[in-house]
Design a protein around this ligand. Structure first.
Ligand SMILES: Cc1cc2nc3c(=O)[nH]c(=O)nc-3n(C[C@H](O)[C@H](O)[C@H](O)COP(=O)(O)OP(=O)(O)OC[C@H]3O[C@@H](n4cnc5c(N)ncnc54)[C@H](O)[C@@H]3O)c2cc1C
Length: 266
């Protein structure tokens, strides 16, 4: 049972939207901004709010969205014929604004390459999406779930966790303390981000290809000496998530104070 209303909503809402613009904000991140009249009803919760992103199976196929009833949508999704079934993947709200023209929501998509070619369905879409391209978003709430009264935080993630970590740091109480470890593929992905003054923000660039994703953040986590009452949040490549939980438990952080989630598998 969710302790905070910002965690998984009882009745997730599905929104149709379309691409407004795209921008390469750093070597590894393509920002896709979406908007549309329906998004006016999107309830922005801050922190690491995430959603399921639906994309047409090809640029020439209309976007057919599943029916959502309470929390159930997957059965209806599978009933859509395969040739029309949208691609579905999980993404984080990287920015949300109400403008004079309506609402804009940013999605920061990690661009990842295999053998020199851009890999991943969403990464390829993000790089080539044109204004007006249709998308669907199914709101899912937040993973970040500290016990009430938490002051000390240990936050860690690879590039896929960066949008969520940025949102958490911007949403935390100004009195929050702790450390945030953000591993990214390239030194040029590091940037200034808003955070409480008591939270040390440490960027860990991998220098593209020179180490396995998640290893730098995991090694940095293992060197921390967090207080036992700290709340920890570790997301990203699955080895970082499970390994991070292990080193934090070993350091004395109770499992009930650790949120960990594998966002993808190398
Ligand atoms: C709650 C949540 C929030 C997330 N938020 C974001 C976000 O804001 N931005 C973001 O970029 N990702 C985010 N992710 C991760 C994203 O969902 C995965 O990377 C997902 O695999 C991308 O979907 P896809 O359909 O493009 O990948 P697929 O087409 O299914 O993947 C193709 C191949 O690429 C590999 N792959 C996937 N991601 C990566 C990667 N980052 N680096 C290297 N190889 C990879 C897969 O293992 C697979 O072999 C989030 C995940 C979760 C669970």
């Amino acid at each position: 049972m969710a302790r905070y209303p910002r965690l998984m909503p009882a009745t997730p809402q599905l929104f149709s939207a379309s691409v407004v613009r795209t921008e390469r904000i750093s070597p590894s991140f393509q920002r896709v901004t979406v908007g549309g009249a329906e998004l006016g009803g999107f309830e922005w919760l801050g922190f690491d709010q995430w959603f399921r992103l639906f994309l047409p199976p090809s640029p020439s196929t209309p976007l057919q969205l599943p029916r959502v009833s309470g929390r159930s949508w997957y059965r209806s999704y599978l009933l859509i014929p395969e040739s029309l079934r949208p691609h579905c993947a999980n993404y984080t709200v990287a920015g949300f604004r109400r403008t004079s023209d309506g609402v804009e929501l940013d999605i920061d998509v990690v661009l990842h390459w295999h053998g020199g070619a851009l890999a991943g369905t969403v990464a390829r879409w993000a790089e080539s999406a044109r204004p007006g391209s249709p998308v669907g978003l199914l709101g899912q709430g937040c993973l970040f779930d500290p016990p009430p009264g938490t002051a000390d935080h240990v936050l860690a993630g690879d590039e896929t966790g960066v949008p969520g970590l940025r949102g958490i740091l911007a949403s935390l109480d100004p009195s929050a303390r702790g450390v945030a470890l953000l591993e990214v593929p390239d030194a040029a992905d590091c940037c200034d981000i808003a955070a409480p003054t008591g939270v040390e923000v440490r960027w860990l660039p991998r220098s593209r290809g020179r180490s396995e994703p998640g290893r730098l953040a995991l090694a940095a986590l293992a060197e921390l000496n967090p207080p036992a009452h700290a709340y920890a949040y570790v997301v990203g490549e699955s080895g970082l998530a499970t390994g991070g939980r292990r080193v934090l438990k070993r350091a004395g952080v109770p499992p009930s104070q650790i949120t960990f989630s594998g966002f993808w598998k190398a």
